[in-house]
Design a protein around this ligand. Structure first.
Ligand SMILES: [Cu+2]
Length: 104
C-alpha cells in the first residue's frame, strides 16, 4: 500500500512539472507582437517591422524599426505589406526576430 502511495505521489509531481513547463510556453506565446512588414533585406538578414507597443521588449510606444532574423528562411515566408505576428528577443547583435508568421 505504501508503495502505491509513493508511485501516486511521484506521478502527481511529474504532472505538476509538466504543467509548469506547459504554462511557461504559454507565457512565451503571449509575447507575440503584431506588426506589418515595411522592408525586407534578405542578403543582410534584416526586416523592417512597424509594430505596436511591445512591453516584453521594453518598447512602450508603437514604432517602425529594423530587426535581425534568427534564420533568413523566415524572410521568404512574408512580403512587404504583409500583416504579421512575431516574437523577438534582445540579443548582443541587436533585436532579433525568433518567430515570424503571417497574421490570419
Ligand atoms: Cu520596436
Amino acid at each position: 500500500m505504501n508503495r502505491i502511495i509513493r508511485i501516486a505521489a511521484a506521478l502527481a509531481l511529474t504532472v505538476g512539472l509538466a504543467t509548469g513547463v506547459f504554462s511557461s510556453g504559454v507565457v512565451a506565446a503571449g509575447a507575440a507582437i503584431s506588426g506589418e512588414v515595411k522592408k525586407i533585406d534578405e542578403s543582410a538578414g534584416k526586416i523592417t517591422l512597424k509594430h505596436g507597443p511591445a512591453k516584453s521588449l521594453g518598447m512602450e510606444e508603437p514604432m517602425t524599426m529594423v530587426y535581425r532574423v534568427k534564420d533568413t528562411t523566415m524572410l521568404k515566408q512574408v512580403k512587404v505589406g504583409d500583416k504579421v505576428t512575431f516574437e523577438a528577443e534582445e540579443a548582443a547583435a541587436g533585436y532579433t526576430v525568433t518567430k515570424l508568421e503571417k497574421a490570419k
